[in-house]
Design a protein around this ligand. Sequence first.
Ligand SMILES: [Zn+2]
Length: 192
Amino acid sequence: MTEPGSDLPTGQPFEHLWTPYRMAYIRGEGKPTGAHDCPFCVIPTMPDDEGLIVARGSTVFAVLNLYPYNAGHLMVVPYRHVPDYTDLTAEEVAELGDFTQTAMRTIRAVAGAHGFNIGMNQGSVAGAGIADHLHQHTVPRWGGDTNFMPVVGLTRVLPQVLRETRDLLAAAWPDHAVPAAPTTHPSTRAEA
Ligand SMILES: [Zn+2]
């Protein structure tokens, strides 16, 4: 993937850091071969640290992407195996929105993200890698996309980086959850 003699002093470590998983992805490892091994159905059955789950809601969960486009790239996924945004119930839409807000707050707090790309690819033709199970991407962006993770990555193997990232985000998540914990914004919790 890296051109011989690459003259990108900062890009090269980044390339080395992320290439192994992308190569595994290209080779098809971990890609689902049928409904039964849909990764988004399997992940919630795993312990949080093994599944890289950052937080669990009642209808959706947040999980780090094993093939990240950027450090902290996570996805908000409904537990139900449905392909299309129009398949979601009102409750699922609401919690997916809540989790997306919380993900943004948490990543800003933990890693100082400058911006985000948020969205979902609907259908293989639109670029969905796992088209049968809806997932919304939240990809943090930094100016120049340089941040603390590539630096950490120089001394860590990527699976460990992902686990450490998960630990950081999971620990900070409750402080930024929507609706906020009662102790956080008691004045905003209107009584019906
Ligand atoms: Zn599924």
